[in-house]
Design a protein around this ligand. Structure first.
Ligand SMILES: *Cc1c(COP(=O)(O)O)cnc(C)c1O
Length: 497
């Protein structure tokens, strides 16, 4: 038996060794590394203590109720909530977004299909919410810096608007939406206004010089903040805060209409782990406000250095003025053919050097305007410990790809030997196969991401969405193989892990 469990865990360790490094600051999205080893140990111990608990029923497992109440109270105080604010721990940002929309739909009494109104930079989770819950999503174009004109949002508010969603800040560009003006206008029309602070909620309270954005702003009716981002908790925890108990009731599902136990769920899941809540609770107790403030200071210092560094690299520029520890990097608008740097070729070069930054495709907005392709960097406290190496890699990789024209989708298609309209001719699996990504083939993942992103930019959206589905479904298809290292990463891992 003992031999057996050891072998199983050895196998898992071997699999984990193939992952992108979760610690050490080399992956600049997905993971939020505090750089404090004791937080990991504390979270692990807390999770183990509640491992057998079912979070479905806090009346049976009262520790869940205690922890949730304390986490919600901490969040509410941090985020400008008064005594009318109530909240729920959810499994993450997406669930918080879905539930905010469900609440608004429940409280909607306007004519026709309810609408969500939001800047085009709103997180994709609201596209998902609209699809899952049957609402229309009305997107308002943003400018090249990711900023929305408040009047453009306000002028679109109508009787069918069930919810206005604003970001603090937006994930793609780090833009803080003009929350005061829009929330006030929403309030005067009786429309709910949700602030998506999934990214910023646990760090912007410590960021100076921002316009008001939290629950203290009149007209803001709910706000979500992910604890598994700048709360430094393991994945699986976010908090959704809502003004007014009555309003919050729309979030719940309850039924006695079956022969089993009476059901009441504040969130999407039924039976659920209490582990992420316990980890979050423990970390919040350990860090407190002062601990979070100190970690935010580190992020601030690194962000300042990185903005200056990127803007100093010939051919690259930071998009707008990010409100928080993230940057979107674009090709410098004024750069000529010789000295421009394509942010996606740069990202692939960074990956080859062991630094994982996130590619964001160019995006055609509803009004026909085009947002250029960018590369996203999330800055965490651990970033500060690798700043000199990171800056050197950024400059070096820019040097490598400077003057090289970025991927053009038509050229990618031609190079793959596909026709002008692969959507019709080959279907998404044809495109993937031509890229060397195929069911049963050598690799279920593409190595360079720039060509894939170029395709996303060029293909009709339904086709690129199907392509992504093919790709991801293929990764776990039983006949496929997954490469031993993440795309573009250095075999054998990177130093610091
Ligand atoms: C991360 C994020 C989400 C979605 O959160 P998940 O935890 O990934 O489900 C939504 N909105 C914003 C602004 C985010 O940064």
């Amino acid at each position: 038996m003992q031999q057996n469990t050891q072998a199983i865990l050895e196998r898992l360790k071997a699999l984990r060794a193939g992952d992108a490094p979760t610690h050490g600051g080399h992956v600049m999205s997905y993971v939020y590394d505090s750089g404090l080893a004791e937080l990991d140990a504390l979270a692990a111990a807390a999770m183990e203590l509640v491992q057998p608990v079912n979070g479905l029923d806090p009346t049976m497992f009262t520790s869940v109720a205690h922890m949730e109440r304390e986490v919600v109270t901490f969040a509410k105080d941090l985020l400008g909530g008064d005594s009318t604010v109530v909240g729920t721990a959810t499994s993450g940002g997406t669930e918080s977004c879905l539930l905010a929309v469900k609440t608004a739909r429940a409280n909607y009494s306007g004519p026709g299909k309810p609408r969500i109104l939001a800047p085009a930079s709103v997180h994709a989770a609201f596209h998902k919410a609209a699809e899952y819950l049957g609402l229309e999503l009305e997107l308002v174009p943003v400018d090249g810096d990711g900023q929305v004109d408040p009047q453009a949002v306000i002028s679109r508010m109508g009787q069918s608007t069930a919810l206005v969603v604003l970001s603090a800040p937006s994930y793609p560009h780090g833009a803080l939406d003009p929350i005061m003006a829009i929330a006030a206008a929403a309030q005067s029309r009786g429309i709910d206004c949700h602030v998506d602070a999934c990214f910023g909620g646990w760090i912007l309270p410590f960021w100076e010089g921002l316009a008001p954005w939290d629950l203290s702003v009149p007209g803001v009716t709910s706000l979500a903040a992910d604890i598994h981002k700048y709360g430094y908790s393991p994945k699986g925890i976010s908090v959704l805060l809502t003004k007014g108990k009555q309003r919050q009731h729309g979030q719940f599902f309850a039924t006695t209409n079956w022969p089993g136990y009476p059901v009441v769920n504040p969130t999407l899941l039924g039976s659920k782990s209490a582990a992420p809540l316990a980890a979050a609770w423990a970390i919040i107790k350990y860090l407190g406000r002062d601990g979070y403030a100190a970690l935010a200071e580190s992020c601030k210092r690194s962000t300042k250095v990185l903005i200056a560094h990127v803007n100093g690299i010939e051919g690259l520029a930071v998009v707008g003025e990010p409100a928080g520890p993230l940057l979107a990097v674009r090709r410098e608008a004024a750069a000529g053919t010789e000295n421009g740097v394509d942010p996606h070729l740069w990202a692939d070069a960074m990956a080859a050097a062991g630094w994982h930054v996130q590619l964001q495709p160019g995006y055609g907005q509803p009004d026909g305007s085009w947002l250029v392709r960018t590369t996203h960097l999330t800055i965490t406290p651990v970033t500060e410990s690798v700043l000199p190496q990171l800056c050197a890699a950024m400059s070096g990789c820019a040097q490598k790809v400077r003057g090289i024209e970025g991927m053009d989708a038509q050229a990618v298609l031609a190079a793959l030997g596909l026709g002008a309209d692969p959507a019709v001719q080959e279907g998404p699996s044809g495109v993937l196969e031509a890229m060397g990504v195929s069911a049963g083939g050598e690799s279920a993942l593409p190595r360079d991401m720039a060509p894939l992103l170029a395709l996303v930019e060029a293909l009709p959206r339904e086709v690129s969405a199907r392509l992504l589905i093919d790709l991801l479904a293929g990764i776990v298809a039983p006949e496929n193989q997954i490469p031993p290292t993440p795309p573009g990463s250095v075999a054998g891992g990177v130093p610091g892990e």
